[in-house]
Design a protein around this ligand. Structure first.
Ligand SMILES: C[S@@+](CC[C@H](N)C(=O)[O-])C[C@H]1O[C@@H](n2cnc3c(N)ncnc32)[C@H](O)[C@@H]1O
Length: 241
């Protein structure tokens, strides 16, 4: 049990929250045989055969709580590194009996890189990721070449990466990365690998005047901030082999 954000009421993550302890140890030959480290997060749901979407940095789980209700036949996994937010979101899904959401307390870049099997994610959501504004911290930003390569690997052909940010400098950084990664001639480790860029479409759960409707977005709207957003699609006909 934990308290924190619950204002005195105990938080109960049972049945809805997973942690690193629920993952098997990494194999000694990880670099030679990365598939041995894979876990299939679709098996954490009652209906593992359903479409699978992943949100990185879910915070209190507001987007998931709203959108999962409108897409009951899709399974959603939220990954959140801050224990308080993770516990709050997992408890929230349990209280609301949101059967198609699970929360994972883990580093999302590590999870996507080492644990997620190839081609299982229909949509990868990244909303208001930490901007790490100081140049010496830019390497901590989620959007990096390595991340875009791993996202490409785990997203199924025709699936997509959805990104929204309020931070102008982080957006310029993303634009620079997206320009390279959306060039059909782009290569990564000797393979042709590129996304198709599309305008952002608001999810059905977004409220009036909202882009997605997360907690941070609501706070930033109140502060008068503006937002930038994009969708990168993994082309349906582009295989990694
Ligand atoms: C600015 S908040 C946005 C939260 C939520 N998406 C929203 O819009 O309300 C960024 C969140 O990402 C989480 N986060 C940052 N790096 C992470 C990582 N490597 N893995 C998982 N979560 C991460 C932070 O703990 C924080 O909750």
């Amino acid at each position: 049990m934990s308290f924190g954000l619950s204002r005195g009421k105990p938080l109960d993550i049972s049945g809805y929250g997973l942690t690193g302890d629920d993952l098997p140890p990494l194999p000694d030959d990880l670099l030679q045989n990365p598939e041995k480290a894979w876990v299939d997060p679709r098996q954490w749901f009652e209906h593992p055969d359903r479409p699978f979407e992943l949100e990185i940095g879910s915070g209190k789980g507001t987007f998931l709580a709203q959108q999962a209700g409108l897409q009951p036949e899709t399974n959603f996994l939220g990954i959140e590194w801050a224990r308080e937010f993770f516990s709050y979101a997992a408890d929230r899904m349990r209280r609301n009996r949101t059967e198609n959401v699970r929360m994972l307390h883990f580093d999302a870049s590590e999870f996507v890189r080492w644990r997620v099997p190839t081609g299982i994610v229909k949509v990868l959501h990244l909303y208001f990721a930490d901007p790490w504004p100081k140049p010496r911290h830019h390497k901590r930003r989620m959007v990096q070449d390595q991340f875009l390569a791993e996202a490409f690997r785990v997203i199924q052909p025709g699936g997509e990466l959805r990104v929204v940010t309020d931070h102008a400098d982080y957006w310029s950084w993303m634009e620079e990365h997206f320009a390279r990664w959306c060039d059909p001639a782009h290569q990564w480790q000797g393979k042709t690998m590129f996304y198709e860029r599309h305008d952002f479409e608001r999810p059905a759960s977004a409220g009036e005047g909202e882009v997605v409707g997360t907690n941070f977005e609501r706070k930033y709207i109140a502060e008068g901030r503006t937002f930038n957003a994009a969708i990168l699609v993994r082309p349906a006909g582009l295989d990694l082999a």
